[in-house]
Structure formats: structure tokens, C-alpha cells
Design a protein around this ligand. Structure first.
Ligand SMILES: NC(=O)c1ccc[n+]([C@@H]2O[C@H](COP(=O)([O-])OP(=O)(O)OC[C@H]3O[C@@H](n4cnc5c(N)ncnc54)[C@H](OP(=O)(O)O)[C@@H]3O)[C@@H](O)[C@H]2O)c1
Length: 320
């Protein structure tokens, strides 16, 4: 009797989790459009793995040409050949880009300007979440430098092209921006371990808030800019964090119910890069971002004064 009770109980729990998971998957949404993207040129940072890889795969499948802006040539070439196996062919190029180095960003931008000046979309996707404190080659806190400032510089170097072509700009943020703060004293400083200050990596959240402010400011300045959170996804973003077995047990309900595949997470990026339309009410400036393929209001209270100051301060830091 007890055995039956345990068996049916387990079966019931597993079935319930499975059904809830399937309902959630429907809510997460899936890009339905299969319209051709032939003759469209997309540039995507951090395209060799995770969300960037899945986004590239989808765009190439629909006929687009994609430039994979990655820091490691072997990983990028492997990604290209994997995508070719999946799509049968596909126009792709790898151009080296290390967002932790201004020099690399400038070299990359010069190549784009000379060889691919008429791109249709720039997807600022690359990102990292580090456990240990570190600085970029130019002395910026690593999350701030790579997730935000590197992309800021990249955009600014390509701004003429973006404006001339009316290109879309996609900025990948995270819902964690709602826990972030723009601290103008911490861009270069910080000798602290990210984990020692708080339960979560505040520098990651801060960089994602800076991403949102960036998108907001671009939209305000007349750029066709879209920002999004992909949701919690199974990628190598948290490669620095080595969970113990009991973390998996403790968090297994969260993993089962909330963790998306990289392909599921990429849907919001693809949507922003191809179909999303901002309106006067729903746009990055009014605090809306794409989540589950829908315009969603951020809980963060954005301040114009911070927005403008961050933009101007970033220009100053990049021109040093
Ligand atoms: N996964 C999630 O749950 C989640 C949730 C919300 C938002 N996001 C955002 O989604 C974006 C993509 O992350 P992901 O989950 O796909 O992570 P991922 O699998 O770790 O991919 C990150 C990509 O960024 C690249 N990258 C890191 N540092 C770089 C640098 N200095 N220069 C150039 N490229 C660099 C990585 O290159 P290497 O392979 O060479 O390191 C990799 O291609 C990030 O902006 C992240 O903040 C992710």
C-alpha cells in the first residue's frame, strides 16, 4: 500500500512538473516567421556559443549573412562549421573581436567599415559573469567593460553606418537589471570579489542595467533600438560558478520549471533582430523590454539624469 502511494505520488509529481513545464514553454513563445532574410546582413557579438550561436543558426537558416564577432578563432570556426552542418550551407564570416580591449574593438570596427559597411542589424549579445574580480585591458571592471562599455564603443565607432543604413541595434540585457545600480565610482575601481559584497554578482546586474540605459538612450536619439531579456537559459554564461551536487538537488524545481534551452532563450533575440516593433508607448525609453517575445515593463525606475550622464561619461571613458 505504502509502495503504491509512493509510486503514484512520484508519478503525479513528475507529470505535474512536466505539464507545468510545457505550459511555461508555450508562454515563453517561439518565433514563427520563416520569411526569407536573404540579402540581410547581421553582426552578432559572442556568436560562438549559447544564445549568440543559436541566434546565428536561426538567421543563417533563413538566408541571412551573419558576421560572427568572437574573441576566439577556433571556437568561432567550429561554430560556423556546426551551423553549416545544420543549415546545409550559409553565408558566415568570422571577425575577431575582444570586447575587453579597446584596440580590438577599434580594429574590428575598421574592418566592418571597410568590408561590410551596409549591415542591417548589430546584435550586442556577448557577455560574461565572473566570480573573481578582474579588469579589462583598459582598466575597467570586467562586467562593466565587456557587457556594457565595449558594446558602447563598438556602437559609437559604427554609428555613422547604423544611421546611414537605418540598421537595427539589439541590446541583450537581463531581468537582473532590476537589481542593478549605476555607480559612477565603480567603473574602474573595485578590488573586491563580486561575491564578497552580496549574495548575487552585483557587477553583472549593474552592467545589465547599464545595457538598458544604453538602449534607452539610443532609442531616444532616434536609433531603431530593441532590448530584451532571454530568460534564465542553460548556456556557459555561469561557467565560472561550479555548483555542487546539492545545489542541483535544491534548485532542481527551478531548473525544471524555469531553465530554457539556449534555443528557447534565443527566440527573444531573433524577434528583436527581425520583427519587433517599438511604439510611442512601448519602447526602451519608456522602460519596456522584450521578454517572452512581448513588450514588458521594467520595474526599474529610470532616471533621465543618469541616462544622459552615463552616456556622456561613457563617451569620455572611451576617448581616453
Ligand atoms: N544565460 C542566461 O541565463 C542569460 C540570462 C539573461 C541574459 N543573458 C545574456 O545573454 C547574453 C549571451 O549570454 P549566454 O547565456 O549565451 O552566455 P555564453 O554561452 O557564455 O555566451 C557568451 C558569449 O559572449 C562571449 N564573450 C565573453 N567575453 C567576451 C569578450 N571579452 N569579447 C568578445 N566576446 C566575449 C563568449 O565568448 P567565449 O566563448 O570566447 O567566452 C560567448 O560567445 C549575455 O549578454 C548575457 O548577459 C543570459
Amino acid at each position: 500500500m505504502v509502495l503504491y502511494f509512493i509510486m503514484f505520488g512520484t508519478l503525479g509529481t513528475v507529470s505535474a512538473i512536466y505539464i507545468i513545464r510545457k505550459i511555461r514553454e508555450l508562454q515563453w513563445g517561439w518565433v514563427k516567421s520563416t520569411s526569407s532574410l536573404k540579402d540581410k546582413l547581421f553582426i552578432i557579438t559572442g556568436a560562438n556559443t549559447g544564445l549568440g550561436y543559436e541566434t546565428s543558426k536561426h538567421l543563417v537558416k533563413r538566408g541571412a549573412k551573419v558576421i560572427l564577432a568572437c574573441r576566439d578563432s577556433t571556437n568561432a570556426e567550429q561554430a560556423i562549421s556546426k551551423i553549416r552542418q545544420y543549415t546545409g550551407n550559409g553565408e558566415m564570416s568570422f571577425i575577431k573581436l575582444d570586447l575587453s580591449s579597446f584596440e580590438s574593438i577599434k580594429t574590428f570596427a575598421n574592418t566592418i567599415k571597410s568590408d561590410y559597411p551596409n549591415f542591417d542589424c548589430l546584435i550586442n549579445n556577448a557577455g560574461l559573469a565572473k566570480k573573481e574580480h578582474s579588469l579589462t585591458a583598459d582598466g575597467f571592471e570586467m562586467h562593466f567593460g565587456v557587457n556594457y562599455l565595449g558594446h558602447f564603443l563598438l556602437y559609437n565607432l559604427l554609428e555613422d553606418n547604423v544611421r546611414r543604413n537605418k540598421s537595427r541595434v539589439v541590446v541583450v540585457t537581463s531581468s537582473l537589471h532590476e537589481r542593478g545600480k549605476i555607480d559612477f565610482n565603480e567603473f574602474t575601481n573595485t578590488n573586491t570579489n563580486p561575491e564578497s559584497n552580496s549574495r548575487h554578482n552585483k557587477y553583472y546586474a549593474n552592467s545589465k542595467l547599464a545595457n538598458f540605459y544604453f538602449a534607452r538612450e539610443l532609442y531616444k536619439r532616434g536609433v531603431d533600438c530593441h532590448t530584451l531579456c532571454p530568460g534564465l537559459c542553460y548556456t556557459s554564461l555561469f561557467r565560472d560558478y561550479k555548483p555542487k551536487w546539492y545545489h542541483f538537488v535544491a534548485f532542481s524545481p527551478v531548473i525544471w520549471l524555469m531553465l530554457r534551452t539556449a534555443e528557447q532563450g534565443a527566440q527573444s533575440i531573433i524577434h528583436c533582430a527581425t520583427d519587433n516593433i517599438n511604439t510611442e508607448e512601448l519602447n526602451p525609453y519608456t522602460g519596456y523590454y522584450i521578454k517572452n517575445l512581448k513588450q514588458t515593463k521594467s520595474k526599474h525606475v529610470f532616471e533621465d539624469v543618469i541616462s544622459t550622464r552615463l552616456y556622456e561619461e561613457s563617451l569620455r571613458l572611451c576617448s581616453k
